[in-house]
Design a protein around this ligand. Structure first.
Ligand code: SF4
Length: 253
């Protein structure tokens, strides 16, 4: 016979929220980084990043997004599209002051116009203006050559390689660093290359995986892992947190 107590217990279990996954015992990056990805995918789903119509548009966006919010980049790209300037040839031909006016909303517009010009000049000089030819270059070599172009730093080069060229390089940004540091997976002074290799050495070399993972981390950074007052209680990565942000997290082995 079913007792009143067991009926009540079953009813309570039905309305109880699902318990978060237990934090892993093995806290090495090799174990934790794939788990972060799994947890975020389950919680947030596919991100469909980068929002662009062509690989060249990704490159333009990667340069324009430096030091500004994406919404400002979108405005600039819409203007460039309307003016039919979203091709390497058109960007090379348009006078710099005119180009700067079109991209004004993205901030630092004169410098960014110069950077866009530098990229299209590099593309024509080294690859005959062909993105397909450029992306056929090996990842390591192309990365090095992109980094030599005026205005292209590691984050921009890696965004171009990954999101426009489908090369397996992990893009690191301020959100990525902050999340890793708060979880004790990277030191306070960890540099770009250190964090990039941490991901690349502990995950399969897979452009699709890196593409999605970076976008998921950006989402976490924007929604929960803010500079001040991170919302760990609501964050999907909360169950993995060993020490609360603000306390000094221990560097894990
Ligand atoms: S908000 Fe908290 S739980 Fe989420 S990633 Fe940042 S430190 Fe981790």
């Amino acid at each position: 016979m079913v007792s009143v107590v067991s009926i009540a217990r079953r009813a309570i279990l039905r309305v109880m929220p699902k318990a978060p996954p237990a934090p892993p015992h093995d806290t090495s990056p090799l174990r934790v980084l794939p788990q972060f990805h799994e947890t975020l995918t389950a919680a947030l789903g596919p991100m469909h990043w980068w929002p662009a119509r062509t690989p060249f548009e990704v490159i333009v966006g990667a340069i324009l997004t430096q030091n500004t919010a994406w919404v400002n980049v979108e405005r600039a790209i819409t203007k460039l599209r309307k003016a039919r300037l979203l091709t390497p040839r058109a960007l090379e031909r348009v006078p710099s002051p005119k180009l700067a006016r079109y991209i004004r909303s993205s901030g630092y517009f004169r410098q960014k116009a110069k950077k866009l010009k530098a990229f299209v000049c590099f593309l024509r000089r080294d690859f005959g203006g062909s993105l397909a030819r450029m992306f056929r270059t090996s990842t390591a070599e192309l990365r090095e050559r992109l980094l030599a172009v005026h205005g292209i730093g590691p984050e921009t080069a890696d965004s171009i390689l990954l999101y426009a060229g489908n090369h397996p390089v992990f893009v690191v940004d301020a959100y990525t660093k902050r999340i890793l540091q708060r979880h004790g997976l990277a030191g306070e002074k960890a540099g770009y290359e250190e964090v990039r290799t941490l991901f690349e050495n502990n995950l399969p070399r897979d452009a699709k995986l890196y593409n999605e993972y970076h976008a998921l981390l950006v989402n976490v950074g924007k929604n929960w892992c803010r500079t001040k007052e991170p919302q760990c209680d609501q964050c999907p990565l909360g169950p993995y947190l060993a020490a609360r942000p603000g306390t000094k997290p221990e560097r894990r082995p």
